[in-house]
Design a protein around this ligand. Structure first.
Ligand code: CP
Ligand code: NVA
Length: 307
């Protein structure tokens, strides 16, 4: 996949539909073991300013399995914590690393790293987007349905990072995407407009407050925590506002009988999703978590020119 060599992934919309499909195909082949890729001596830096289990470990495992090395750059043990400017850190890390995955708050901070470092910079979650998650999500959906195009994914909950990347990613692959949120928690209008422009007349992008109507035709139900990292102070206040958007056994009965349930994790059982649904027969949440590894291995190999 020569086209991805040396590129940044700051938004899922940095990829074309063809590139997403190629990455998913590569990830599926890596998962089945039908191909093996190598990026020996390449070094991945993980610069994380928020907690992470899946992203940190799946990126690390992927890089090791490709034959490379990982440096875990917890921001608190670097000079970033003492105020070293981003533009200096970016230029220095560029001299040591081959690829850098960053988890931070502001998308502008991530963009600054990408501007000042020539190596590929990967968005490992910002307040605006979570593109690596969506690659794994699309791989999971592809494993369960023949064709992505024409499927409907309904996202219930807060219209922030994961919802944004889902809207853009689904639109790119020709899926319909419905986002149901309480008033005041809708996706950014600019992301909604961007997703609609990508979808054109091929598929639908809809934002609504009506959770029951939103799930009616869905083959994929998706949720995320009601209070994201950095929003802990408003967590209790959000619970009553978001209650109608909980994925529970009543709600999934309104969806397509073959619908699958996804959650990026970590989950708050009893809030955005019930124990019964998370552990139920329609849940594909553990496959989805596993697919972070395969999708990111494909991504790393493509960005490093190992494909
Ligand atoms: N879904 C996800 O990104 O999980 P982590 O926060 O554990 O990395
Ligand atoms: N929206 C969540 C996703 C965690 C993977 C957060 O930003 O905390």
């Amino acid at each position: 996949m020569e086209s991805l060599k040396g590129r940044d992934l700051l938004s899922i919309a940095d990829l074309s539909a063809t590139e997403i499909k190629s990455l998913l195909g590569l990830a599926a082949n890596l998962k089945s073991g039908s191909i093996e890729l190598r990026c020996p001596r390449k070094v991945l830096g993980l610069l994380f300013q928020k907690a992470s289990t899946r992203t940190r470990v799946s990126f690390s495992a992927a890089m090791y399995q490709l034959g490379g090395q990982v440096i875990d750059l917890n921001a608190s043990v670097t000079q970033i914590s003492r105020g070293e400017p981003t533009i200096d850190t970016a230029r220095v890390l560029d001299r040591y690393l081959d690829v850098l995955a960053i988890r931070t708050f502001e998308q502008t901070e991530l963009a600054k790293f990408a501007q000042y470092a020539d190596i590929p910079v990967i968005n490992a979650l910002t307040d605006l987007e979570h593109p690596c998650q969506i690659l794994a999500d699309l791989l999971t959906i592809q494993e369960n349905f023949d064709d992505l195009a024409g499927l409907t994914l309904t996202y219930l909950g807060d219209g922030n990072n994961v919802a944004h990347s889902l809207m853009l990613g689904c639109a790119l692959v020709g899926m319909n995407v419905i986002v149901a949120t309480p008033i005041g928690y809708q996706p950014d209008e600019s992301v909604t407009q961007q997703a609609k422009a990508i979808a054109g007349d091929r598929s639908q992008v809809l934002v609504t407050q009506d959770a029951e109507a939103a799930v009616a035709k869905a083959q994929v139900l998706y949720t995320d925590v009601w209070a994201s990292m950095g929003q802990e102070d408003s967590a209790d206040a959000r619970i009553p506002l978001f209650q109608a958007y909980q994925i529970n056994s009543h709600l999934i009965k309104q969806a397509d009988p073959n619908a699958i349930v996804l959650h990026c994790l970590p989950a708050h059982r009893g809030e955005e999703i019930t124990e019964e649904v998370i552990e139920g027969s329609q849940s594909r949440i553990w496959d989805q978590a596993e697919n972070r590894l395969h999708a990111q291995k494909a991504l790393l190999a493509a960005l490093l020119g190992g494909v």
